[in-house]
Write a protein that binds this ligand. Structure first.
Ligand code: DC
Length: 239
């Protein structure tokens, strides 16, 4: 393995300051649109955004590239601990290389879903995710944002959509990026990934008890963003 240095910054803030920073979590299955919705909500509020799935994808890519055996749980967690990553706007860097497109490939998503079941890996990524909680606020998307990473989030959304709708959205996205894809394979992969993300022992995909479910099957992006912003306004108003 290469000599990778961790870039996760030490937490300089005192914990009560961090806890005062509001967090909106958006969890949901793959291709539910949570990444797009989270970044648009963050933009609209002028807040930070955390795409937690990107950290699992980056780990998967680093595992593949370093030749580490993906079944070796401890070794994979070690890769996560020493990930040298940087987020800059829409761009994501691994070892200073722009891997924004590479981590979106389906094989990387599938490997990310596989290794995301390893508890030591999830533990290794926990503080890195919490470090994104910076003023004036954070919108975090993933699978366990509302349940494990930010259990005290001010607003928790569970974003769902029919698996067929999600497969079609992903198909269009990948096609538009020039990837060659097959809708039937994509649907099958998505079902398998849903089952794995929801069925694993460690931090399975599930709504937090205080999460509000939004079904985006019949909504477009702007309508879904507006639904989240409306919920946030009414939450603030009532809080
Ligand atoms: O959201 P995504 O498709 O980019 O995530 C890739 C994989 O990472 C997903 O299949 C499961 C895993 N993941 C996770 O276990 N927990 C998160 N908070 C985010 C992603």
């Amino acid at each position: 393995m290469t000599d990778m240095q961790s870039e996760s910054a030490p937490a300089l803030h005192v914990s009560n300051t961090v806890e005062a920073v509001p967090v909106i979590t958006i969890d949901g299955p793959t291709a539910s649109g949570k990444g797009t919705i989270a970044s648009k909500v963050a933009e609209s509020l002028g807040w930070q955004a955390l795409d937690s799935g990107a950290l699992y994808r980056l780990t998967a890519l680093a595992v593949l590239r370093s030749g580490v055996n993906a079944d070796d749980v401890d070794h994979v967690a070690q890769v996560a601990r020493t990930l040298n990553v940087r987020f800059n706007g829409d761009k994501i860097y691994l070892e200073d290389e722009d891997v924004s497109a590479a981590i979106r490939e389906e094989n990387i998503g599938n490997l990310a879903s596989r290794i995301a079941a390893y508890p030591p890996l999830r533990e290794a990524l926990l503080q890195r995710q919490r470090d994104f909680r910076q003023p004036p606020g954070l919108v975090a998307d993933g699978r366990d944002m509302g349940t494990i990473v930010f259990p005290d989030a001010a607003l928790k959304i569970f974003l769902v959509a029919a698996v067929e709708t999600r497969a079609e959205r992903r198909y269009k996205q990948l096609k538009a990026k020039g990837f060659s894809v097959n809708l039937t394979d994509l649907l099958e992969d998505m079902r398998a990934r849903d089952a794995r993300d929801a069925g694993r022992q460690s931090a399975p995909l599930a709504p937090a008890p205080d999460a509000i479910t939004i079904d985006s099957s019949g909504l477009d992006i702007d309508q879904t963003v507006q639904a989240v912003l409306d919920l946030w306004s009414s939450k603030k108003g009532s809080g």
